[in-house]
Design a binder for this molecule. Structure first.
Ligand code: AMP
Length: 283
């Protein structure tokens, strides 16, 4: 039975009780407008642990554009009904002042080297300060044994993994594969805000990543980046922010394929007003 929790102290008390019974607690933080991508994390968390906690909180401090925050879909009743169809035990839906008491939005500024400087960090100044702050606060409230994140936000996963190690939090961080629509578009709460025309273009993002992956066999990362930049920018509705080929552990740009282990091809672009990101990992 799903229990809906609005207060960190009540949730904390119930989870302390679970911990006393030696239950293993899993956590899936989200911003709601749930889709099958989120549910894949929830289902895995439920299956592999005794207790599954999901949070739904549209965190104001991680948005670097006010309009993106204001327009972010908020569908909490629908979300709660979706979670009722799973084995999730607790959904935490705090008001802003349960997370940021007295409206104090003091942020943690954690320098995690390149992880907090490249890709998303370059185009969304302050974004990871907001992410690190809210996830640290949520981890302190839930105190999970394990937490599940999506590969869709690959840099976020690396940042959270590094953050938990930095603070010796002892929480296992798991990355789950990106769930996609049939046409390849990575599922995202923002997709529902795409115009019809931009929605029909959007699968091209994943197609470009796949093409780049294939090109790695014969071309240098610089040549591929050049191709992808020209290709994506040739569509009038696209405003490309980046298309980078990086070391999947360090996010360092790579110049040749054989000087690295796993590679991540990461891109971010705006389709009209809507910013989308995607990536693939290449062994
Ligand atoms: P969000 O609500 O966008 O903050 O996402 C909450 C969690 O779900 C994050 O760990 C995301 O990476 C993950 N997630 C979002 N979209 C997908 C997807 N298409 N497939 C798998 N995980 C996802």
């Amino acid at each position: 039975m799903l229990s809906v929790e609005k207060s960190k102290s009540e949730l904390g008390e119930k989870l302390r009780n679970c911990r006393r019974q030696k239950m293993k607690i899993a956590f899936v933080p989200t911003m709601g407008a749930l889709h099958d991508g989120h549910l894949s994390l929830v289902e895995k968390a439920c299956k592999e642990n005794d207790i599954c906690v999901v949070s739904i909180f549209v965190n104001p401090t991680q948005f670097n554009e006010r309009s993106d925050f204001d327009n972010y879909p908020r569908l909490s009743e629908k979300d709660i009904n979706m979670l009722k169809q799973t084995d999730c035990n607790f959904v935490y839906v705090p008001a802003v002042n349960d997370i940021y008491p007295e409206n104090k939005f003091d942020l943690i500024h954690l320098d995690l080297g390149l992880l907090t400087k490249v890709l998303e960090a370059r185009f969304r100044p302050g974004h990871f300060d907001g992410v690190i702050t809210v996830v640290k606060k949520l981890f302190d409230i839930v105190q999970p044994d394990i937490a599940y994140f999506g590969q869709k936000d690959y840099q976020q996963y690396l940042v959270i993994d590094a953050m938990t190690k930095h603070f010796n939090m002892g929480i296992e961080i798991i990355a789950m594969p990106t769930r996609r629509e049939k046409d390849g578009l990575a599922m995202s709460s923002r997709n529902m805000r795409l115009t019809k025309e931009n929605r029909s273009f959007a699968p091209e993002i994943y197609q470009s990543l796949l093409k780049a992956q294939n090109m790695l066999k014969t071309q240098t990362p610089a040549q591929i980046k050049d191709w992808a930049t020209k290709h994506l920018n040739s569509f009038k509705e696209v405003d490309l922010e980046y298309f980078e080929i990086v070391n999947a552990m360090t996010l360092e740009q790579i110049s040749t394929v054989d000087d690295t282990g796993e590679i991540a091809i990461c891109t971010a672009l705006k389709l009209g007003d809507i910013r989308l990101i995607d990536n693939i990992l290449v062994k």
